[in-house]
Design a protein. Structure first.
Length: 311
């Protein structure tokens, strides 16, 4: 089988991308950066507005690195040169301030030990809305379309994910199963590897991992690729092992918080991408999918209690 190229389309320039997208791209690229470039990313993320006012040499000094490293960082995050990076950061800082408003003045959007419950609610909703907005802006629609084509035409779809990513995989599995697609979810590494032995051209393997570095997920996807299946990665890091192993990459753009280990915001963004993929697949056979959804809903409808009468 002629495999589709695993490389993504070139990152859009700062002038083409939404203003805040430069920050989401920096966050997404950070785990894969070299240590010196990662220090530049940390300085940029700490205060994008202030960095927008620095010269390239001043930024290099603040990040304990060279101007040449700053230039490499610019290319990595999709800006052609340092002036473009400064313009993008200035616009992003203005947007962050406008959207953050009172939250920024109250200590940002991370949860602190002293936050009241109503402030926690406010911050969580804000972070989740931003994750959805940023992920929508950063999602490669062309890659999504090719993923829809692959899943819609697949003999079977095998989904890999562990931990919180397994729940996202289960959601996709249930959705595909409800419209009559042959789909499987594997959250155990041995079971996943066993399943890949039955895959081949015409099948699809889709792996979910926020970091893109979970071996229990990357190994089955790589094994599926060796069998000739079309591989799809859903991850927050386009430079991760999972992403570079896949034919097609669907990315989320999620900012991490101290409570990231609870997989809260990342899960919301992943589920949104899964919904986009599912609806695209269902739309390809609209009438059949609608009939199947009605039939599967009817199978459990009688299990619902009658609506309570009021008045």
């Amino acid at each position: 089988m002629v495999r589709q190229s695993s490389s993504r389309a070139p990152e859009p320039s700062a002038q083409d991308a939404p203003p805040a997208d430069i920050l989401t791209r920096v966050r997404a690229a950070r785990p894969s950066l070299a240590p010196s470039e990662r220090r530049v990313a940390d300085v940029v993320l700490a205060d994008p507005g202030q960095v927008a006012e620095l010269s390239i040499h001043a930024l290099g000094e603040r990040a304990s690195t060279s101007a040449a490293t700053v230039m490499r960082f610019c290319r990595t995050v999709g800006t052609g040169n340092y002036p473009q990076l400064r313009l993008a950061l200035a616009a992003a800082a203005a947007r962050e301030h406008a959207l953050g408003g009172e939250r920024a003045a109250q200590g940002g959007t991370d949860i602190s030990p002293t936050d009241s419950l109503d402030r926690i609610v406010s911050k969580i909703i804000y972070n989740e809305v931003r994750a959805l907005e940023d992920s929508g802006a950063g999602l490669d629609v062309d890659a999504l379309g090719r993923a829809v084509d692959a899943v819609a035409g697949a003999r079977r779809v095998d989904i890999f994910g562990v931990g919180a990513s397994a729940f996202v995989g289960q959601d996709l599995h249930q959705k595909l199963h409800r419209i009559g697609r042959m789909a499987f979810i594997w959250s155990d590494r041995h079971a996943a590897l066993t399943a890949t032995a039955l895959l081949g051209p015409g099948d699809v393997a889709l792996a979910v991992s926020h970091s893109g570095e979970t071996e229990d997920t990357t190994e089955p996807l790589q094994a599926a690729a060796e069998r000739g299946a079309t591989t799809i990665a859903l991850t927050n890091d386009p430079g991760s092992t999972l992403a570079t192993s896949a034919d097609l990459v669907l990315t989320t753009c999620v900012r991490e918080t101290p409570f990231r280990s609870g997989a809260t915001v990342s899960r919301i963004a992943q589920l949104a991408v899964v919904d986009c993929l599912f609806v695209g697949v269902a739309q390809r056979s609209y009438d059949a999918a609608t009939t199947a959804l009605e039939a599967t809903y009817g199978a459990v409808r009688r299990r619902r209690r009658p609506a309570r009468r009021t008045g």
